[in-house]
Design a protein around this ligand. Structure first.
Ligand SMILES: Nc1ncnc2c1ncn2[C@@H]1O[C@H](COP(=O)(O)OP(=O)(O)O)[C@@H](O)[C@H]1O
Ligand SMILES: [Mg+2]
Length: 402
């Protein structure tokens, strides 16, 4: 199963390009599901057909679903949320407020993403196209599986042994004890997140396509998304610049616009190299409806298989030699002074400063580095090289000799 995710600033054309992509893959014979977690009814607007929160078939190989993130959240997270709320209410917090606090609003889209994992398990589709929420947010959610996963695992380790007797100590500790269903839904959630994370980080399966318009804001956003996706181990395979004023527009009013757009396009091509860049013209009217979507898709992908992997870079590499381990992470567009590397226990925390704040990645360290120290971190071109070395390198060098 192929997973193609679209990301970009609002209004750049993610929804229509997602639909156009899905139409083309379905017409090439792939059973395709187009998913959206947009708050608006974007899929219904683009296809000009009804799309609900369960998949509906729109054409022979094409289905679409408009996910309702809050419903997904209640489904996957309800038991845990009830429990968290009961902790807050036991502390005298008003129940409505307790639910508000425990609802983790920033996580709702993560639960929408979990639909990918669920759909993958059914094996029903060859291609899933995800029309994502605005980019910065989306990528942060893609990163959550690790974070939530590791936090919850620690919690379970901590609470597991005492779960049975928690009811007895409840009056002493002063907080309600979690019951079995809280634990089982917690474990299930972690397992699902791990599977989701594995799908998204599998570069042979999932690709992120970055959509921008030829303007400063959205192209800056595209560059940032490329950097962050690289950090998170998600492969970006294509950049798409949409709404380019066509060559044959000759009204003098657009002359300056055309020059400025050409400049932006060149900038993006340089900045994302060797990632391929595809261009889509501005259509004479709003792009919607099956006919226009097909036309847009054909202009975008030409004779290509739209489900192919356009580009694959290695986001994360590990090499070990003579008591030393080198971890290489691809991080385009970050400045030398703009990153921090810290090792906390079994994890490497990478903080890269971007114009919109810090992007953080947590990389699980291989067991071999546990007896090593973080020695050096350097940025070479678009690669961050982190070196771990044994305390006493000489001992290691002697190893393996007859
Ligand atoms: N190449 C294009 N030519 C003309 N209109 C476009 C084009 N791409 C997108 N649009 C229009 O721009 C608006 C925003 O597109 P949409 O796909 O909803 O953006 P996003 O999902 O990124 O917010 C829609 O009205 C859509 O029809
Ligand atoms: Mg949209």
């Amino acid at each position: 199963m192929r997973v193609i995710l679209f990301s970009g600033k609002g209004g750049t054309g993610k929804s229509v390009i997602s639909c156009a992509t899905g139409m083309l893959t379905s017409e090439s014979g792939y059973d395709t599901l187009v998913m959206s977690a947009d708050p608006a009814h974007s899929l219904a607007d683009a296809f000009e057909m009804h799309v609900g929160d369960e998949p509906v078939r729109l054409a022979p190989h094409l289905s679409a679903v408009q996910i309702d993130p809050s419903k997904e959240m209640a489904r996957s997270y309800g038991a845990i949320q009830d429990y968290l709320a009961s902790i807050f209410t036991s502390k005298g917090i008003d129940e409505t407020l307790a639910y508000e606090i425990s609802s983790l609003p920033t996580m709702t889209y993560l639960f929408a993403l979990l639909r990918i994992e669920e759909t993958a398990r059914t094996g029903q589709y060859d291609v899933i196209v995800l029309d994502t929420v605005p980019s910065g947010e989306t990528l942060r959610y893609l990163y959550f599986p690790r974070l939530v996963g590791s936090v919850s695992r620690k919690l379970i380790k901590l609470m597991g042994p005492i779960a049975g007797m928690a009811k007895i100590v409840e009056p002493l500790v002063g907080i309600p004890a979690p019951n079995k269903s809280v634990f089982s839904s917690q474990i299930e959630l972690i397992e699902r997140m791990e599977r989701l994370s594995a799908i998204l980080k599998d570069n042979d399966q999932s690709s992120l396509r970055l959509v921008a318009n030829p303007d400063l804001f959205s192209t800056e956003n595209l560059k940032r998304s490329l950097m962050i996706s690289g950090l998170y181990g998600i492969n970006s395979d294509l950049a798409i610049i949409n709404k380019i004023i066509p060559e044959d527009v000759s009204e003098p009013f657009f002359n300056k616009w055309k020059v400025a757009q050409a400049e932006r396009i060149r900038e993006v091509e340089d900045a994302v190299y060797p990632l391929p860049v595809k261009k889509v013209r501005l259509f004479p009217s709003e792009l919607k409806g099956v006919e226009m979507l097909r036309k847009c898709g054909k202009e975008l992908y030409g004779d290509d298989d739209p489900a192919k992997i356009y580009y694959k870079g290695v986001p994360f590499k590990l090499e070990s030699r003579h008591g030393e381990v080198e971890i290489t992470v691809r991080v385009p567009f970050s400045e030398k002074e703009d990153f921090k590397v810290e090792r906390i226990g079994e994890e490497l925390i990478l903080k890269v400063r971007t114009k919109m704040g810090y992007a953080i990645n947590v990389i699980p360290l291989p067991a071999i580095t546990l007896k090593m120290n973080l020695k050096r971190a350097r940025l070479l071109n678009d690669e961050l090289h982190v070196i771990f070395r044994e305390e006493d390198g000489k001992v290691q060098e002697g190893r393996g000799r007859p």
